[in-house]
Design a protein around this ligand. Structure first.
Ligand code: CP
Ligand code: NVA
Length: 300
């Protein structure tokens, strides 16, 4: 039987997405109540990281420990992946020894090749094109603070990047409207946008996109792998900082999210990310709970 992968949010249904959110909220409450829950005893997660990480690595590793299993960290620096062993061979070997694998890499196509040669479920822990695990946590956070997101409006301010693409998928599955303000040359991938059966609008300015929304989201201007473009990007994005003035265009009870790491005074002002509308620390913590729900689901 073919394993069930989670490479984009398109690999789950709307019902499964909502169930994962509810389960994550439940697992969080169980953890707070010190209720042991270890269904993954003797199970191992392989973690392949070709890019840096704080939250993703920690949340998967701690999540596996809490569920009774183990996690093994693998980086190209000290594996044969960094010395050119083909991704297909690596996938075949790792998947013979572990029960589930998460991969953080550059090209999305590389992740797809890895998954197609794996005997066990593969999770996308970020590619250049998508970051679906972050969207599990973001939506759990919205549901906890404001209830169901169906019918609400989200403003994406900044780069049309991997996070933006996963927001488009989430808008489709959960039924929210997505306003996007990205500078010319940094718009989201049109194929991803057109594949989403959702109400997605592009705006010329952040102010227009943020008007009357329930949630404002942004991300770094230069993603991992784009370090050489940082100078040009700073110029292109200079009017795309989420400031208190911009937040004032949203609904008075709007919340602010950022997947982190953040650059204060670039994509977001300190007054916003450290202010009362920001839910970024809950959002970061929820990576743990939502991925535990995902691990449970894929290994059921
Ligand atoms: N948000 C996120 O994925 O953070 P890390 O890069 O630290 O894993
Ligand atoms: N867009 C960012 C997200 C980091 C979690 C990146 O890809 O670097």
């Amino acid at each position: 039987m073919k394993p069930r992968h989670f490479l984009t949010l398109r690999d789950i249904t709307s019902d499964e997405y909502r169930n994962l959110i509810q389960r994550a909220i439940e697992l969080k409450a169980m953890l707070r109540a010190c209720k042991p829950h270890a269904p993954l005893q003797y199970k191992t997660l392989g973690m392949v990281f070709e890019k840096s990480s704080t939250r993703t690595r920690l949340s998967f590793e701690v999540g596996m420990i809490q569920l009774g299993g183990q996690a093994v960290f693998l980086s190209p620096r000290d594996t044969q992946l960094g010395r050119g062993e083909p991704i297909e061979d690596t996938a075949r070997v790792i998947s013979r020894m572990v029960d589930i694998i998460m991969v953080r890499t550059y090209e999305h196509e590389k992740l797809e090749r890895f998954a197609s040669h794996s005997n066990v479920p593969v999770i996308n822990a970020l590619t250049d094109l998508y970051h679906p695990c972050q969207l599990l946590a973001d939506m759990q956070t919205f549901f906890e603070h404001r209830g169901d997101i169906k019918g609400k409006t989200v403003a994406w301010i900044g780069d049309g990047n991997n996070m933006c693409h996963s927001y488009m998928n989430a808008a489709d599955l959960l039924g929210f409207r997505l306003n996007i303000a990205a500078p010319e040359g940094y718009l989201p991938n049109p194929d991803v946008m057109h594949a989403a059966d959702a109400d997605i609008q592009l705006y010329d300015t952040p102010e227009e996109a943020a008007k009357g929304v329930d949630l404002v989201v942004t991300d770094v201007w230069s993603s991992m792998g784009q370090e050489d473009e940082a100078f040009d990007r700073k110029l292109a994005f200079k009017d795309y900082c989420v400031s208190e003035n911009l937040m004032a265009k949203a609904k008075p009870d709007a919340i602010f999210m950022h997947c982190l790491p953040a650059h204060r005074s670039e994509e977001v002002d300190a007054a916003v990310i450290d202010g009362k509308q920001s839910v970024v620390w809950d959002e970061a913590e929820n990576r743990l709970h939502s991925q535990k729900a995902l691990l449970e689901m894929l290994m059921a």
